[in-house]
Design a protein around this ligand. Structure first.
Ligand SMILES: NC(=O)c1ccc[n+]([C@@H]2O[C@H](COP(=O)([O-])OP(=O)(O)OC[C@H]3O[C@@H](n4cnc5c(N)ncnc54)[C@H](O)[C@@H]3O)[C@@H](O)[C@H]2O)c1
Length: 384
């Protein structure tokens, strides 16, 4: 029997366009019995040279610089949004109206107002809408979710969630679009903070309120064209958060943490146990069971290093081997697999649009708190 084809129109072919293309092309290695064929139907970039390069090198059927040629093409099933943040809203509204299924990079858009318009439009049209929150798809994070859902750490008392880069500490490096608010719409909170806010929401539940402080450590640097330029997007963002369940914790996103590489570090402390995770050492989940026997000689008490490595649940985890190290790319491959499976099965994926809207709401609360220097309630953005 012929497999169902899912034809993808890729918008943007920078680092994420390439990452998504890798995921799509390599799915058959990681899932040998795929029930669908994902087809690279077309690619759109800002310059014709880049679009032609993507077409000729990676096998897209069509190259264009006009996204409408993919969005309004009857043959396209899925629109993949891998463009800079400020373009997401307008593109999403067109893709929703055209009835396409959507796979959208974080952040969903650049304001809660835009997010709600997107959500209303998609509800009316019924598009299947997946968000990219690839950090959820590392086995150690999936195992953490499983342990929390099984009640193994009990009521969450506190947490710390950070995403550190050091990329903005090089003052001689020209700013890119992620440092220019006119294109990114928000600074490191949008870029890295969106990931950790999603992880906290995914693992610890709803965030009730936030008190935030942004930081621009280098007010003047080289702009995109090499001339002196005033930094206008946060380079670090610090948030103290309360959880709806009563816990308290901190979320930090920063590009000015000297020595950091791609450091997502999570610590979650509950009544019955604790979890620790680091993306730079993501083969392992550290689990402390408060109910383990304490003696003699320490008994079984202490953090256990769980060997999560590449042990995905079936139908994944077969290639290259369940014991092989996992790596960042597999988060994207598995996120894409969840989305395409949802399209094939006609259900909403996880993470979905509602997760994108939720993260947008927390980020808006964060920026409001930073501006007003007050605590902000996440549910209605009121001052506490
Ligand atoms: N989930 C992750 O791991 C992750 C990592 C990095 C970036 N992102 C997100 O992915 C998105 C893209 O970021 P990136 O790092 O790939 O950016 P990038 O600068 O590497 O690439 C952007 C691409 O978009 C194209 N582009 C720009 N304007 C366009 C337009 N109007 N129409 C069509 N194409 C256009 C450019 O030609 C380029 O190919 C952003 O929303 C970003 O937040 C996610």
């Amino acid at each position: 029997m012929q497999k169902k084809k899912l034809k993808i129109g890729m918008l943007g072919f920078g680092s994420m366009g390439k990452t998504h293309t890798y995921a799509i092309k390599n799915l058959p290695f990681f899932y040998p019995s795929l029930p669908f064929d994902a087809e690279l139907f077309g690619v759109c970039t800002k310059t014709p040279e880049k679009a032609e390069y993507a077409k000729n090198t990676f096998g897209y059927g069509k190259a264009t610089t006009n996204e409408d040629e993919l969005i309004f093409c009857d043959d396209v099933d899925i629109i993949d949004i891998s463009t800079p943040n400020i373009y997401h809203f307008e593109t999403l509204m067109k893709a929703i109206e055209a009835g396409k299924h959507i796979y959208c990079e974080k952040p969903l858009c650049i304001s809660l107002d835009e997010a709600q318009k997107i959500e209303n439009a998609a509800k009316k049209k019924g598009n299947i809408f997946g968000m990219v929150f690839n950090n959820r798809f590392i086995p150690a994070i999936m195992r953490a979710k499983q342990l929390i859902d099984e009640g193994r750490i009990g009521r969450i008392l506190s947490f710390s969630a950070v995403y550190y880069h050091s990329s903005a500490t090089d003052i001689n490096k020209n700013a890119g679009w992620k440092q220019n608010k006119d294109i990114c719409g928000g600074g490191v909170l949008f870029d890295l903070g969106s990931h950790v806010i999603d992880l906290v929401h995914f693992l610890c539940g709803d965030i009730e309120s936030v008190s935030a402080k942004s930081q621009i450590a280098y007010p003047t640097r080289c702009g995109m064209n090499g001339e002196a330029w005033q930094t206008n997007a946060d380079e670090a963002f610090y948030m103290l958060c309360t959880l709806a369940s009563g816990g308290v914790g901190t979320i930090t996103a920063s590009k000015v943490h000297t020595g950091a590489n791609d450091d997502v570090v999570l610590e979650i402390y509950g009544e019955k146990g604790a979890l620790k995770y680091s993306l730079m050492d993501c083969e392992w989940l550290h689990f402390y069971d408060n109910e383990a026997k304490p003696s003699p000689l320490g008994g079984e008490k202490g953090f256990t290093k769980i060997e999560c490595v590449g042990r995905y649940d079936a139908p994944g985890g077969v290639f290259p081997s369940p014991k092989a190290p996992v790596g960042w790319l597999m988060g994207h491959v598995t996120n894409y697999m969840e989305f395409l499976s949802s399209v094939y099965e006609g259900r909403q994926p996880c993470p979905s649009l509602s997760d994108g809207v939720y993260v947008q709401r927390v980020m808006e609360a964060g920026y409001k708190s930073d501006t007003l220097r007050r605590w902000i309630k996440v549910s209605d953005l009121s001052v506490i």
